[in-house]
Design a protein around this ligand. Structure first.
Ligand SMILES: [Zn+2]
Length: 119
């Protein structure tokens, strides 16, 4: 099991990541609700070129927003598991503990390496 000190370190890492993700999202998207974002549509101007650029930026924003949103959800879920005392236990098999090296590299990891590689 993870000791209290290690858990606290991971919690801090997750909270930092959450803040960073929320900052990045705030630049690209409007917040629609808790953990829900809608990509911003920026108005550059009226010419055809402006419009083409608007659509291009918007399309890129949507895909970045989706990725960030997913990462944010992973982080929020990890924090939730921490509250429930389930942090570090694989979500897929429910038995194996996620190796600490894996959590260090990615504190929001949901599954053990065996389950992650199955996918
Ligand atoms: Zn597993």
């Amino acid at each position: 099991m993870l000791d209290k000190k290690t858990l606290e370190e991971f919690k801090q890492k997750l909270l930092d990541e959450k803040k960073q993700l929320e900052n990045e999202l705030a630049q690209l998207a409007n917040k629609e609700g808790e953990g829900e974002y809608e990509a911003k549509y920026e108005d550059y101007g009226r010419t055809e070129e402006d419009n083409a650029e608007e659509v291009e930026t918007y399309t890129a924003n949507i895909s970045i927003t989706e990725t960030l949103e997913k990462n944010l959800k992973d982080v929020n879920d990890a924090l939730e598991r921490m509250k429930n005392g389930k942090y570090g236990i694989c979500e897929k098999c429910g038995k194996k503990e996620i190796r600490i090296e894996r959590l260090k590299a990615y504190p929001a990891a949901r599954s053990c390496i065996v389950c992650a590689e199955k996918k």
